[in-house]
Design a protein around this ligand. Structure first.
Ligand SMILES: Nc1ncnc2c1ncn2[C@@H]1O[C@H](COP(=O)(O)OP(=O)(O)OP(=O)(O)O)[C@@H](O)[C@H]1O
Length: 711
């Protein structure tokens, strides 16, 4: 690095020497200039060759890319600037080339070095590869967001057209204001004055109208984009396997779905808006400013790379913090949601203090990160102001020398400063929009990572036989939860026969629920397979399987809505008659009909308006209405009265169904045709109740441990 800096300094020195040589030569040969624009370009080309050879000599023929860029910049800077000046503000007399001016030479060398430093350090310097890669990623992500706007192309075309029209009107308002002021001074006829006022009114009206239209249409497009993205994201989330929801907590997912998608669309759309508006304005203003003084314009433009350098650093630092803040917000939401939704448990265990402490800790964490973010923003603001003030001082010094040399009038200087402020604002807006978009990249990439995620489960097959016996066979099934090391089930082989009730018995954590989850295809076993009528479960069509294999759990999950909605949940063609018929069989039609709105009664959030027994009853009807062939009861009748329990079990066992009961009560176990004892993930004993009791083995002892108190 030191070597490059040293070579760079030598190159700058040689460049200055070459300029002095040129000016000395012109003076000695009594030439008034270096031959116009062609001469400037020719000198640039000659200088390039000399500096290139010099750089090669300094670096043993292998000049670093940074040095080559510096040489190119030094040689092109003056010809490009002079050409620009000729186009924007052609001189009144014959153009002879840049005058021998030491301050301008110094300014040129400084500008070139600064641009190189900004480029190398800020834009493609240290950690080039990673930065370049992350930039490419960011670009790819932004392009992808823009692609989602495709269905709204017409809206966007209209919005951007109104935007450009609005900007043009905005830019011309001061011009017409000036004209009206001139008219007011009585320099024109009355009619001309009215005409100018009319023009000003028209252009102001146009500006307001176009700006309003632009804002409205942008908002409209944004709403449509948000709707589309939220739909897609929700769809993608619903496809994920159960493990995904265990790894990503619901608060975070819901935050991604709502605030992050909103932020993503808003940032991209609004920043595109700002970028286009400010760029058009900047170009128009630059045109006028170059006409007034190109030297001062160069100084004004110097502010931008410097600010970009500081902004770049700020973005890198704040991006990480913004991600952390998002996560903290999601965590806070999650904690509050958990406490409020589980308020009964919180009250009954007097957990208020505990919940408050946890919430407070999360708030503290958020506060800490926010404080850090504020510090960064203050330091950034300070540096930005310092750069602006420094540039202003330089401009005043330069303006003084220009006025003294007669190259600039006081009036032009005032006009220049009047343009300079909005110009800086525009440049700042452009950089802010860039920075803001860059800092949203983290959010965008997270949303897209969920959108692109492929569920880690086997694809469902197409089997959907009309007749299903319901014979279930676990063949040497070994299963470990993805987050665990120890297997929950070890080489389990069991059979569930049609028309029979099988009870799974075992101490807590023995693997009963794991068997049920595998049968429901919520997870996939690592070894062995589960067969339904001789076919592996994943060969069956997803919807068919979940219709034919139904689970009724001890704590059923019901959704807000009516009883009808909850019973026919997920079914497309369930008639009202069938629904009532099933409810009758489950002994529930009578009490449902007595409700004010019958089956259309709203059951409140998550069925809070129902008793626990009623909730169990509804979930049993929900399972039965699907005509399942295999039914899993995870202590599903524990909250029902004895008569209702009997009716439900009778109903469940009818039609030759295969019934698997995860038993917690002795009376349920005793009713089973077959009992499977499971312990530490292994089947330890199986048979009928009588057989196992006579054997006096594991089941006998387990029965004593598990059911003696309950029964
Ligand atoms: N989602 C999960 N992620 C990781 N490990 C789990 C998960 N669910 C259960 N386990 C572990 O798997 C083992 C078997 O649990 P399982 O829930 O199948 O037992 P169980 O017999 O149904 O218990 P209980 O009668 O208390 O419901 C236990 O060691 C448990 O800690």
């Amino acid at each position: 690095m030191k070597e490059v800096v040293l070579c760079g300094l030598f190159i700058l020195f040689l460049d200055a020497v070459l300029w002095w040589a040129l000016w000395a030569g012109l003076l000695l040969l009594r030439f008034s200039g270096c031959g116009g624009l062609a001469g400037v370009w020719a000198f640039g080309a000659v200088k390039w060759i000399i500096l290139h050879v010099f750089t090669s000599l300094l670096t043993d023929g292998k000049p670093q890319v940074e040095l080559r860029r510096l040489v190119a910049l030094l040689c092109l800077l003056t010809p490009v600037l002079e050409s620009g000046r000729m186009v924007m503000a052609p001189p009144s007399g014959t153009y002879t080339g840049p005058p021998p001016d030491f301050s301008m030479l110094l300014l040129g060398l400084m500008a070139a070095s600064l641009a190189c430093v900004v480029w190398e350090k800020g834009l493609c310097g240290t950690g080039k590869m990673t930065k370049e890669k992350s930039k490419q990623d960011a670009r790819r992500l932004l392009m992808r967001v823009l692609k989602y706007f495709r269905p709204d192309s017409l809206y966007l075309i209209a919005a951007f057209s109104f935007l450009i029209l609005g900007v043009i009107c905005d830019t011309y308002i001061p011009l017409y204001q000036g004209r009206v002021i001139d008219m007011l001074r009585g320099q024109a006829f009355q009619i001309n004055c009215y005409y100018a006022v009319g023009q000003l009114a028209l252009i102001s009206f146009g500006s307001a109208l176009f700006s309003g239209m632009r804002g409205g249409i942008f908002m409209c497009a944004l709403c449509r984009l948000n709707k589309r993205l939220k739909h897609l994201l929700f769809y993608s989330l619903l496809q994920q396997e159960v493990q995904f929801f265990e790894e990503n907590n619901p608060g975070r997912l819901s935050s991604r779905l709502h605030s992050d998608v909103d932020r993503m669309g808003r940032t991209v759309a609004l920043n595109a808006n700002v970028l286009v508006r400010s760029t058009v304005k900047t170009c128009l203003m630059l045109h006028v400013m170059l006409g007034l003084s190109w030297n001062l314009t160069v100084l004004t433009c110097l502010e931008m790379p410097l600010l970009a350098l500081i902004q770049n650093k700020y973005i890198t630092l704040s991006k990480e913090l913004k991600d952390k803040i998002q996560d903290c917000h999601a965590k806070n939401k999650d904690l509050a949601f958990q406490a409020v939704s589980g308020i009964r448990t919180v009250h009954s265990y007097r957990g208020q203090e505990n919940e408050l402490r946890r919430y407070n800790e999360a708030l503290d964490q958020l506060c800490k990160i926010n404080r850090q973010s504020r510090i960064y923003s203050t330091v950034f603001c300070l540096f930005r102001r310092m750069v602006s003030v420094g540039i202003k001082i330089l401009m005043l010094l330069q303006a003084r020398s220009l006025i003294l040399s007669g190259h600039l009038s006081i009036g032009s200087l005032v006009s220049f400063f009047l343009y300079q402020k909005p110009m800086s604002v525009n440049l700042r807006e452009i950089m802010y929009a860039y920075g803001d978009t860059a800092s949203t990249v983290g959010v965008i990439s997270k949303v897209f990572s969920y959108l692109d995620r492929t569920p880690k489960c086997k694809k469902a097959g197409v089997l959907a036989p009309e007749k299903l016996q319901g014979r279930v066979v676990f063949q040497n099934v070994t299963f470990t939860y993805p987050s665990e090391d120890k297997p929950a089930l070890k080489s389990v082989s069991i059979e569930l026969k049609p028309g029979k009730m099988t009870a799974l018995v075992g101490p807590s954590g023995s693997g009963k629920t794991s068997c049920v989850s595998l049968l429901q295809r919520l997870y996939e076993p690592q070894e062995g397979q589960i067969l339904l009528d001789g076919e592996p479960l994943h060969h069956y069509e997803h919807k068919y399987l979940h219709q034919k294999v139904a689970l009724v759990s001890q704590n059923p999950v019901l959704f807000s809505g009516t009883l009808k909605y909850n019973i026919e949940y997920g079914l497309k063609d369930c008639s009202y008659e069938k629904l009532r018929e099933t409810a009758k069989r489950a002994n529930a039609d009578e009490y449902i009909s007595e409700l004010e709105n019958g089956y259309h009664t709203d059951i409140g959030e998550c069925g809070k308006k129902l008793s626990e027994g009623q909730m169990q009853c509804i979930s049993i009807i929900r399972a039965l209405v699907r005509d399942p062939q295999v039914i899993i009861l995870d202590e599903a009748t524990s909250k029902l009265d004895v008569e209702a329990q009997h009716t439900v079990l009778q109903e469940v066992l009818s039609c030759g169904r295969t019934v698997l009961v995860v038993a917690h009560q002795l009376k349920t176990v005793e009713k089973a045709d077959h009992i499977i004892c499971i312990e530490k993930g292994e089947v330890v004993e199986e048979g009928t109740h009588q057989e196992l009791m006579a054997k006096r083995g594991r089941y006998y002892r387990l029965k004593e441990e598990l059911f003696s108190k309950k029964s």
